[in-house]
Design a protein around this ligand. Structure first.
Ligand SMILES: Nc1ncnc2c1ncn2[C@@H]1O[C@H](COP(=O)(O)OP(=O)(O)OP(=O)(O)O)[C@@H](O)[C@H]1O
Length: 385
């Protein structure tokens, strides 16, 4: 099979002094691909980006570009450009001088620099601003100058370290779009560090979720969103409601036991097999339906039904958000109509919107013997029967 990887990170470990940050990270990126590194603060995203760029020396492993090992090359000989959150523009230089800075260092003739800078100003919507200093620009314009400076040297790989996090929401949407469009147009390979899930979803061809210096899951945005491989990834991708359930798994169906706050349910298993026992169940606020609790017709076919009462109601816009107390758990559930505080409600979660995982470190109620042997979190994609 043809190896399509262009930027390859092989078994990379890195850290600072005695602190290990990255543990055997391997990642292959195709030419022209846009990859987002997503993860919570301190998980090692920036360290990975800096190791790719050559600013952090790995303790083991390798980085290669188009089959060439660049692990020991200095940053300026890797054909990569890095754009930071903080722009890092020269305040005393004009926009044009900032963009042309790298070309001047390379000794490019003045007219060629002016031509290239003009091209980039046009490409980035900065035409007419070439003689301004950074202080006289908006945040979005400054970030585009930083991008122009990075692109001026014609890098094969563009590394973006949270370049949008200093921008206000409205400008962020615009610059987000500008960067993606430009990246596609230039066919450049990009690695983008962010902790903003939506940003990663809309910009990237592939999302790599990192957790404590390791890759927790990677895949297309829609796959990660709809098929999280672990409870951690599900939570990170917005399925923040969590409760514990117990049940058995047989013949591709998870039979959820009745509990004090839930009806029994039979949910078809789609993903990799799940062992019976105790499950961590996760779902998104918008994935569930809120209904008045009624003693009749608790039809659980293909759905999980939970019972609780409304603790708080708010209106973030579009739908009403309810904090629902179910047993010991507080769950957030959206509804197009508001339910009064204190009212008894039923939360109906369709099976294909419910993510089930074997609970970590909990011995299951039944069929649990296999759980004690090197068990990993495994997703159960439960779909409506
Ligand atoms: N220069 C440094 N010296 C020592 N430790 C560092 C250094 N830079 C980062 N670290 C530590 O390494 C770990 C990973 O940091 P890193 O910046 O890669 O995380 P991150 O995922 O990019 O986080 P954030 O989203 O907050 O930027 C953190 O625990 C951090 O404190």
């Amino acid at each position: 099979m043809k190896d399509e990887s262009y930027l390859r990170i092989a078994d990379l470990s890195a850290g600072y002094g005695t602190t290990r940050v990255l543990e055997n990270v391997s990642l292959s990126i195709r030419k022209g691909e846009f990859v987002a590194l997503l993860g919570s603060s301190g998980c090692g995203k920036t360290t990975l980006l800096r190791a790719i760029a050559g600013f952090v020396q790995p303790s083991s492993g390798a980085v290669s570009v188009a089959g060439r090992d660049v692990t020991r090359l200095p940053p300026d000989r890797r054909g990569m450009a890095l754009v930071f959150q903080s722009y890092a523009l020269w305040p005393h230089m004009t926009v044009a001088q900032n963009i042309g800075y790298g070309l001047k260092l390379k000794g490019m003739p003045r007219e060629a620099i002016a031509r290239r800078v003009g091209e980039l100003e046009g490409l980035l919507g900065l035409s007419g601003l070439g003689q301004r200093k950074p202080a006289a620009l908006s945040g979005g314009q400054r970030q585009r100058v930083a991008l122009g400076r990075a692109l001026a040297i014609d890098p094969q790989i563009l590394l973006l370290d949270e370049p949008l996090s200093n921008l206000d929401a409205r400008i962020r949407f615009k610059v987000r779009h500008d960067i993606s469009a430009l990246q596609k147009r230039l066919g450049i390979t990009a690695v983008h560090v962010t902790h903003d899930r939506e940003e990663a979803m809309v910009m990237a061809d592939r999302i790599v979720i990192m957790d404590a210096g390791r890759i927790a899951q990677q895949g297309r945005p829609e796959d990660i969103y709809n098929r999280p491989a672990s409870s951690f990834v599900a939570a990170f991708m917005g399925a923040e409601n969590m409760l514990n359930l117990s049940g058995r798994v047989a013949g591709g169906v998870a039979s959820i036991d009745a509990g004090p706050d839930n009806d029994p349910a039979a949910l078809q298993v789609h993903g990799p097999a799940l062992s019976g026992g105790t499950f961590e169940a996760r779902f998104r606020a918008e994935a569930a339906e809120l209904l008045p609790d009624s003693p009749v017709s608790r039809n659980s076919e293909g759905c999980l039904h939970l019972f609780g009462h409304v603790e708080a109601v708010s209106y973030p816009g579009g739908t009403w958000r309810h904090s629902v107390r179910v047993g010991q758990d507080d769950l957030l559930v959206d509804s197009r109509t508001p339910f009064e505080r204190g009212s008894a409600v039923r939360v109906r979660i369709p099976a294909d919107k419910l993510f089930l995982f074997n609970a970590k470190g909990v011995a299951g109620a039944s069929h649990t013997s296999s759980l004690h042997h090197g068990r990993k979190d495994r997703v159960l994609e439960a779909a409506e029967t």
